[in-house]
Write a protein that binds this ligand. Structure first.
Ligand code: HOZ
Length: 428
């Protein structure tokens, strides 16, 4: 495989950018080697600056639900850009976006736009504290909610991949109000509430945990969290930055039938442009400035390009989108499980709709401790073997894979053929 141009760019990037990347998850340090540089992307594929083309399961870490360079998004951005790229004054797209989200997600009566998932979560936490007058937040190990200071405690994603789940640079006093317990563990949540009576502003979680690989909520887990937060007058905050509009039009909360108090969004709602949003019941959202005392702001919030791109993406999501994604996901899952069985490989393939992760470990995998059992050296060999076959997975065991409407039977068959070949070659 030719990689001269990518290597040259990476050497240059290393001179000016820490680690050569603008977000750690793009680095290949957990699997070895160097990242490639993208020249272009279309549909289910990315093409690098050396001309190698890959079926892409990163999907820009979630936003690309329609595949890359989706024509309606490109057109919408072009049209919006022609009228100006930012105003710092309200624009009509913001109203359309807010209405669209409120109509799609019944728990959201009002929504505020911001510029990233991190900002959405940071703001939702501040709002929960302002609304309840309490400081403590309960989170789960392996869940990642962006690089918010107070939530970089036993965090997933790059923080976990690169061995810093509790980031340096965050004063202990910033995290003293963050209590962390294992995902899918009711007893631990009960004990945390008992030990901190009347002090929790809320619980924040990914309703499907997608930042330590992927694990689903156990049956009744989300119902339990809804019940205990209501009893304890704490808020239930769903981080749907990944799952929102991906698992269903109304996100994971629609799939599992739960009504959170606050929800955080990002990724898909920006159509690939920088975006975030958080929303919930009016009585909570109206605590935000300028109506209330909780301050939150942003020069580029509601940016017309991001709103136009996001609306182009959201308005193309139909019931058949999710039926199609489920079919493709089921084909991938069945194929991967059959290969593991045929090769007697200890492998667990977790999938919820169009999000998935294969662990090199016996299942079930319900939390971070389970996920940590995966053979990461084997994953690294699998990752590079798949790249050789023209399939790009996230360069870490602790990330979810994403399917798009542009992935079809052709891509899945190629992926399965490649996986069988690579696994046969590297199996222990
Ligand atoms: N949630 C994404 C990965 N788990 C974030 C991507 C990034 O950190 O760049």
């Amino acid at each position: 495989m030719q990689c001269e141009n990518s290597q040259k760019l990476f050497a240059e990037a290393l001179k000016y950018i820490p680690g050569g990347v603008n977000s750690p998850v793009r680095a290949f340090r957990a699997v070895g080697g160097n990242p490639f540089f993208v020249k272009s992307a279309a549909g289910p594929r990315v093409t690098d600056v050396d001309g190698n083309s890959y079926i892409d399961y990163v999907g820009t870490w979630g936003p690309a639900i329609h595949g890359h360079a989706f024509p309606p998004i490109i057109e919408a951005v072009r049209e919006a850009a022609g009228r100006g790229t930012s105003f710092g004054i309200p624009n009509p797209y913001e109203v359309d976006m807010a209405r669209w989200i409120v109509e799609a997600v019944p728990s959201v009566q009002k929504v505020r736009m911001c510029n990233s998932g991190t900002e959405a979560v940071m703001s939702a936490i501040r709002l929960a504290r302002g609304f309840t007058g309490r400081d403590k937040i309960l989170k789960f190990d392996g869940c990642y909610h962006g690089h918010v200071d107070s939530l970089l405690v036993k965090a997933g994603s790059g923080a976990l991949t690169f061995g810093h789940p509790d980031s340096a640079g965050v004063p202990t006093s910033f995290t003293q109000h963050t209590i962390v317990v294992p995902y899918n563990d009711e007893a631990a949540v009960r004990a945390a509430f008992d030990a901190n009576k009347g002090q929790f502003a809320g619980i924040i979680l990914e309703p499907v945990a997608g930042n330590a690989g992927l694990y689903a909520p156990r049956p009744d887990w989300l119902e339990f969290l809804r019940k205990i937060t209501a009893e304890q007058e704490a808020l239930l905050i769903f981080d749907e930055v990944m799952t929102g509009f991906r698992l269903a039009r109304g996100g994971a909360q629609e799939v599992f039938g739960i009504t959170p108090d606050l929800s955080c969004f990002g990724k898909i709602i920006g159509g690939g442009l920088p975006v975030g949003a958080f929303g919930g019941r009016s009585e909570i959202m109206d605590c935000l400035a300028p109506l209330g005392p909780v301050y939150q702001a942003g020069t580029l919030s509601g940016n017309p390009l991001a709103m136009a791109a996001g609306l182009a993406a959201l308005t193309r999501l139909t019931p058949s989108t999710y039926v199609g994604l489920e079919q493709v996901g089921a084909q991938l899952e069945a194929g991967m499980k059959a290969i593991a069985k045929m090769l007697s490989l200890p492998m667990t393939f977790n999938r919820v709709g169009s999000m998935f992760c294969g662990y090199f470990a016996e299942g079930p995998i319900w939390n971070l401790t389970d996920a940590m059992r995966s053979d990461r050296a084997l994953f690294a060999r699998f990752f590079h073997g798949m790249m050789e076959e023209g399939v790009y997975l996230a360069p870490s065991q602790f990330e979810a894979g994403f399917l798009s409407t542009a992935h079809g039977p052709v891509e899945i068959e190629h992926t399965l053929r490649s996986a069988e070949k690579v696994l046969k070659a590297i199996r222990l």
